[in-house]
Design a protein around this ligand. Sequence first.
Ligand code: PEP
Ligand code: MN
Length: 359
Amino acid sequence: MLVVMRAQATEEEVRAVCQKIESLGYRAHSIPGAQRTAIGITGNKGEVDPGALDEMPGVQEVIRVSKPYKLVSRDTKPDNTIIKFSDSHGNGSAVTIGGKDLVVMAGPCGIESREQAFAIAERVARAGAQFFRGGAYKPRTSPYSFQGMGEDGLKIMAEVRDRFGLLIVTEAVDYESLDLVDKYADMIQIGARNMQNFSLLKRAGRARKPVLLKRGISATLEEFLMAAEYIMSEGNYNIVLCERGVRTFADHTRNTLDLSVVPAVQRLSHLPIIVDPSHGTGKRNKVTPLSRAAVAVGADGLIIEVHHDPDRALSDGMQSLYPDQFDALMVQVRQIAAVLGRSIPVSSHVPAATTISAD
Ligand code: PEP
Ligand code: MN
């Protein structure tokens, strides 16, 4: 951060700004120039709030000079990034992320069978989701837990796309799965546990498909943006960030969903950011309230776990919504989105036979 003083600023004014910076806990470096004095600020780990300095006498402007991330920064690109997905049914209603419309991704934690995937996809498509989520490669804490169906799971997801017109997002955990996800899916998910797997990030940066980058379990905002910078530095500019909760002392939820990161990201970066209240809370009864809050705080979308039979889910049943609950969530978040002048587009893809609701 650099404070640029006016040409006519007095020595007292310069000194007062330096003292203010020191009183905020940073170091001030007064750099007199031919025309005016600039004051550099060091010792700050994140962004310095320029508010306190902006209004001081003699200050012309407060500008940010050195950020570790460059390409993902708003300084580099002031306009929001909007990612467009081509419509797999070719009817012209492309899905976008980062614009006025909100995106909703929904589906099970893991793909367990064709029947399971189709049963859930039918319901989330009908409710208005644009993406179907589901892991074919599951990074589990225990090696004895369900690890996912692998390529067979990806093939099932590709069938879901054809049948329901949903776009597909699914996680890649290593080079081999990343190449397969790039081939079968519409979006490559990098999970929280791999947010700082730098070689995997670079590989995702060389992939063709957009990347959904989830925040690491204890990642700071800067580490999160630096992870995105890794991907972008390899030439893939289509990145969506995802807040999915961080680990704190709080134990009433699985993770602590940090909704304040949404406006913090939007201030620093042009990239879209969505929220995952499923992993963020780990509890079914908290997913809908936090989804409402995420939309209200300005997130560009949601990613939600939904299961038609959560008691028998092979992973994350406790945090998976029943399809009826997902229907209700969609009704509520649509209303909140409208308050902000945003909307969730109504999908035109759902096959006719599946639009008839029996309940
Ligand atoms: C997931 O979305 O399936 C998942 C494993 O999430 P995370 O990486 O955020 O834990
Ligand atoms: Mn999960």
